[in-house]
Design a protein around this ligand. Structure first.
Ligand code: FAD
Length: 529
């Protein structure tokens, strides 16, 4: 029974080899099937060539659903072996929430990380010096699972993404940012240790003090240096309630000045800061389910019926957490903070929600979009880091390029602080280095299939390219860089990293994945034979 289902669902490595022989003729390699031990590869699954972007659909040859890091190690040793097919690449796939095929491997092998046994082990600090609370979690685990488990112990990680159905390995390969980043840094600044399988199949435990070069290479490393099989993440006492506030502006400069006030002077009182551009009524309706009772008054105030005004507004979103030990009156704290802010008079609204609801807020939007058939659609998203000095010009560029009346989806804008990022990690922020404040701008638009054809999706992608090209043009002098970057030439990647960091990237690649086996979907390096 078991062997027949194996036959039905899996191809043995022997058949896989035959498969390769057929596909990559003329073949100059063959290996005894005995060398492949117990590894079983699945025939290509539909999900392995799919991601949230729904723009790229690269089909791999096969899929590995590992049951242990050792299986990943064996696979990588095999594909690096001199007698093996020298074109095979390997991509770890977390939740597949990339936009541009970053977790795909055309004609390669996709390692589906969700098959690793989920493990979440919590260590609660005894309170002694240097004894931190942390959680050890496997690489394919979703952040929502970590939140659910740690909350049972009254703990939670400090730094989040807006959406929690992403994997530990996936966000740590990028940075992992949200409204807490100004305070605690990105998720990659909150990791104590990693277990990694390098491109040559070596299993390494690394930390800031042990194999530290690999540790920092992997953090924000776009999957280039190793596959994260486990991470040790800092946690702290979890709040219970959150006061979630939105304040509206009709002036961009005042909006950004207040955001910067919140993340600097007010940083000890505020726990979360984001913001978004209000282009039209839809901009408020999306991501506002918790605020729906307020919408009946907000929308007519901002967009009076019959008015043809194309006024654009900006909204700061900030939150104050209630810690069990803080005994703070959340309303009082909000009042104290809002007195220092310059939003449009009386245009401030707040709701009180549980900490879990607050962190999991995008799930509510997901369910709503799914109900309307608007989740599994193409997402030509663009995320940029923009230095403070470039943000006014970048905002102009963005508004000149997109059609504000037809735009569907949020445009997030919020500041973060450079000094919360570790420059040894692979993730890069734009210069100038002496500017402490950097903005993240996320154009999270959907291609609504009822209104957006293939041509319209291509138009959106062309607009994105126009924005990225202008934003990195030295004459225009915005100096932005992409977050979750997507480029097609080595020259563009060199520009993205800058001279020093590009040299470091190449050096690290040569050391940890010399044959360029890993993460081909990022299109940085080409597989070496
Ligand atoms: P995948 O898309 O599966 O993989 C991404 C890359 O990481 C690939 O190159 C892959 O090969 C590599 N990789 C995956 N797992 C591993 C591993 N274990 N070891 C090594 N490499 C690995 N990002 C933010 O920072 N903040 C946000 O608020 C945010 N919100 C989002 C909301 C939504 C709805 C979506 C769809 C995405 C959002 N993202 C956000 C982007 C998200 O963080 C990245 O797309 C991330 O890569 C997704 O994780 P994943 O597990 O789906 O990774």
């Amino acid at each position: 029974m078991e062997s027949s289902s194996l036959f039905r669902n899996k191809i043995s490595f022997l058949s896989f080899l035959v498969f390769l022989l057929v596909l990559s003729s003329p073949c100059k390699f063959i290996q005894s099937p005995m060398d492949f031990g117990p590894l079983n590869l699945l025939q290509t699954t539909k999900t392995a060539s799919l991601d949230f972007g729904r723009i790229y659909f690269n089909t791999p040859l096969a899929v590995l659903r590992p049951e242990s890091p050792k299986e990943i190690s064996l696979l990588l040793k095999l594909v690096s072996a001199s007698s093996f097919n020298r074109v095979i690449t390997v991509a770890a796939r977390g939740a597949g929430h990339s936009i541009n095929g970053q977790a795909q491997a055309l004609n390669g092998i996709v390692v589906e990380m969700d098959s690793l046994p989920s493990s979440i082990e919590i260590h609660k600090s005894s309170g002694g010096h240097g004894d931190y609370s942390y959680v050890d979690v496997s690489g394919g685990t979703l952040w929502i699972e970590v939140l659910e488990e740690t909350l049972k112990e009254g703990l939670a990680p400090r730094s989040w993404t807006d959406y929690l159905y992403l994997t530990i390995g996936g966000t740590l390969s990028n940075a992992g940012i949200s409204g807490q980043t100004f305070k605690y840094g990105p998720q990659i600044s909150n990791v104590l240790q990693l277990d990694v399988v390098t491109g040559t199949g070596e299993l390494v435990t690394c930390s800031p003090t042990k194999s530290s070069d690999l540790f920092y290479a992997v953090l924000g490393g776009l999957g280039q240096f190793g596959i994260i099989t486990s991470a040790r993440i800092l946690v702290q006492e979890a709040p219970t309630k959150v006061k979630w506030v939105r304040a509206f502006y009709d002036d961009f400069e005042t909006f950004t000045r207040d955001q910067e006030l919140l993340i600097t002077t007010m940083a000890d009182k505020v726990d979360y800061v984001e913001g978004f551009i209000v282009l039209n009524e839809q901009s408020i309706q999306s991501s506002s389910i918790a605020f729906s009772p307020n919408l009946t008054s907000i929308i007519p105030q901002l967009f009076p019926s019959g008015s043809s005004s194309s006024q654009i507004y900006y909204c700061i979103e900030f939150a104050i957490y209630d810690h069990p030990l803080k005994h703070s009156n959340l309303d009082q704290v909000v009042e104290e903070i809002s007195k220092k802010m310059s939003f449009m008079p009386s245009h401030i609204y707040s709701v009180e929600v549980s900490y879990f609801y607050f962190l999991n807020r995008v799930k509510v939007e997901e369910m709503n979009l799914r109900e309307h058939g608007l989740w599994d659609v193409s997402h030509p998203w663009l995320n940029m880091f923009v230095p403070k000095s470039g943000i006014p010009k970048f905002k102009e560029l963005l508004l000149e390029t997109i059609s504000s009346s037809a735009f569907e989806g949020p445009i997030l804008i919020y500041p973060i602080l450079r000094d919360k990022w570790n420059s040894n990690a692979s993730a890069v922020l734009p210069g100038p280095g002496e500017e402490r404040v950097v903005y993240i701008v996320g154009m999270l638009r959907s291609a609504n299939p009822t209104r957006c054809s293939t041509k319209c999706l291509n138009d959106f992608l062309t607009e994105n390219r126009r924005i990225t090209q202008s934003a990195s043009d030295p004459i225009i002098d915005i100096r932005a860089k992409q977050y979750l970057p997507h480029y097609s030439s080595e020259e563009q990647w060199q520009d993205h990293f800058g001279e020093h960091q590009w040299r470091r990237l190449v050096r690290r690649k040569t050391e940890y994945d010399p044959l360029n086996v890993l993460a081909p979907g990022q299109k940085i390096f080409t597989r070496r034979s």
